[in-house]
Design a protein. Structure first.
Length: 594
């Protein structure tokens, strides 16, 4: 799914919290409850209690002396007279993508850029509504099993070649082919024949995607899939320009080689510095694309991104430092954009290794020892909602099952955590030593520090915090050799509980937890073929219940997006999927404030 000074790549407790314990020697009891003492430890560790960082003046603060001109529309388009002379968007992307090959990429940083470079059969409006993409229209059979898409006559690749139905068929097949090793191929499971192709027991041409002619793509489904149109804007369904892949092989997704069919084309990639896109002159809707260029920056440090924003070098930030919430509210109230996000933040256990593989009691003890109210109220601080569930609330009629301890007090949870911890064989005479991995981010660091402090205070756990660069972090998670506990989370690929639940299916490409349960897999299989919505929901609720009973994760909170957005940037709107296409955006001129 942050504002401290840098720590070494490996930083184990004791940290600031232990310094406070040694030097101030508070005595939890009548004068200080364990809950309050835990909050004191965490606040001390984060250097964020009692005061907040107050950044010095930045060049953007001068922008407060200017304001965007009033937007005027002419024939449904912004009046050229109100547009800024330079239409170059500068976007903070949070991390460096591993690759921009749409069928190999994983993670939000890559997906953000791929939505600018490519276009699926469907796309999304600024508010997240499904709209036509490369297909100008479609028909769905009465039984919901056959989708027929009609491509735009003026659809073109960035080199001028026409976008054909065969390009989409080959894109689907490339994504599903086990030889491609796509981590997201599982999202194609609703398509006829996908199960066999993904398992390697059927040829890729048995996948139920067909080119009826040069401009007509037909997709056959195993069962009606309510979210299927939304799925078709996902990178795993993008078309492929076969001559480019054949000519460049692994170097295909690089500037000068990558031929794409979206509103922009990849023009520059300076690793750890910037990725630049330029407007695609062959895009079918180029007349409505105002930005000339889009520049993405991989700022893993949100404080750095904030400085860049305040200097006027960014039009938005991927996130903002949690410990500057009050300052941002006071100084940038109109630019601080906070909105719900279809995602859950959790930690994962590696169930292929001890000490967690065969000890449910230990896994549950660590779950119960975390005070989520303190975590969201004192650490994350932007309206995140504490949770003990995987699936976030608010998805249609789905009601996630609530574990019994949801209604307990935190003191009751901690008491049970200590009991389970002892049953698992740990205590003062045998402390648990565990590694907690997270990828480079100030906010991830803060959460890891807070959780480690809570485990230390409640159970005496000695936690080694390991910070890893994004690519290394993903690799270690997937290999399941080094990981014990790791930062995880999931942002929905579509607005349906299934996008969260299928992550834990046996053999799933993103199942870095080594979780495998026959009943769970059976319930998901039944849910995928159930046509009655109420029954389908019940099957998914039962699947989540099975998952939470085995506790392969430590749910913490549901996401919100928290960023600064330049008031001169228009065409940007919050949406629960947090998908923002640069082609919808533009910049307004400035005028002096009165």
């Amino acid at each position: 799914m942050t504002g401290l000074e840098s720590f070494p790549a490996k930083a184990g407790l004791p940290l600031f919290g232990e310094w406070i314990r040694i030097h101030l020697k508070p005595a939890p009891g009548p004068l200080m409850s364990a809950r309050i003492f835990t909050a004191v430890l965490i606040c001390a560790s984060l250097a964020a209690c009692g005061r907040e960082d107050t950044p010095g003046p930045g060049a953007r603060d001068a922008v407060h002396r200017a304001q965007p001109v009033a937007l005027r529309m002419v024939d449904g388009r912004p009046d050229p007279a109100v547009l800024a002379a330079e239409q170059v968007l500068h976007r903070d992307n949070g991390n460096e993508p591993q690759t921009l090959d749409p069928h190999l990429a994983q993670g939000v940083p890559a997906a953000n850029i791929l939505r600018d470079l490519f276009e699926g059969l469907t796309a999304e409006s600024p508010t997240g509504a499904i709209i036509p993409g490369a297909a100008e229209r479609w028909n769905i059979s009465r039984d919901g099993l056959l989708y027929t898409f009609h491509l735009r006559a003026n659809g073109r690749w960035s080199n001028g070649d026409p976008v054909t139905a065969t390009d989409f068929v080959e894109g689907f097949r490339r994504s599903a082919d086990p030889a491609t090793a796509s981590q997201y191929a599982h999202v194609l499971r609703p398509i006829t024949g996908a199960a066999g192709v993904l398992a390697g027991t059927a040829p890729v041409d048995s996948l139920g995607v067909t080119a009826l002619d040069e401009r007509t793509v037909q997709v056959s489904l195993v069962d009606p899939t309510p979210y299927f149109l939304g799925l078709l804007s996902h990178a795993s369904t993008y078309p492929v320009h076969r001559p480019s892949v054949a000519a460049h092989g692994e170097r295909y997704p690089r500037p000068g080689n990558l031929v794409s069919n979206g509103a922009f084309v990849l023009s520059e990639w300076k690793v750890r510095s910037r990725i630049e896109l330029t407007r695609n002159p062959h895009y079918h809707g180029v007349a409505d694309v105002i930005p000339e260029r889009v520049v993405y920056y991989p700022y893993e440090d949100s404080s750095t991104a904030l400085k860049q924003y305040r200097s006027g070098r960014l039009h938005w930030t991927w996130e903002v430092p949690a410990n500057q919430f009050d300052w941002l509210q006071a100084n940038y109230p109109d630019e601080l954009a906070i909105s719900p996000w279809l995602g859950s933040y959790f930690l994962g256990y590696n169930l292929s290794r001890e000490p967690f593989a065969h000890s449910l009691e230990l896994r549950l003890a660590l779950v119960l020892a975390v005070d989520r109210e303190i975590l969201t109220g004192k650490v994350t601080r932007f309206g995140e909602q504490p949770t003990f569930n995987l699936v976030p609330p608010g998805i249609g009629d789905y009601e996630p099952p609530e574990p019994e301890w949801t209604g307990w007090t935190q003191a009751q949870r901690e008491e049970e955590a200590r009991r389970l911890f002892a049953i698992a064989g740990y205590g003062d005479d045998r402390p648990l030593r565990v590694q907690l991995r997270y990828n480079t981010s100030e906010n991830h660091k803060k959460v890891a520090l807070a959780v480690a402090s809570m485990w230390k205070q409640v159970l005496g756990v000695q936690t080694e915090l390991i910070n890893e660069e994004w690519k290394v972090f993903l690799q270690n998670r997937q290999q399941k050799v080094l990981t014990q506990v790791f930062r995880a989370g999931w942002i929905g690929d579509y607005a349906d509980p299934y996008t969260f639940l299928e992550l834990f299916r046996s053999g799933h490409g993103q199942n870095d937890f080594a979780f495998s349960d026959t009943l769970y897999d059976t319930l998901l299989e039944q849910a995928s073929s159930e046509r009655i919505p109420a029954r389908r929901n019940r099957l998914m609720v039962e699947a989540e219940r099975v998952l939470l009973e085995d506790q392969p994760i430590i749910p913490l909170y549901t996401y919100v997006t928290r960023r600064l957005v330049d008031p001169h940037l228009r065409g940007w709107a919050p949406n629960v999927m947090d998908h923002h296409y640069s082609r919808h955006m533009f910049l307004l001129k400035s005028e002096p404030r009165p």
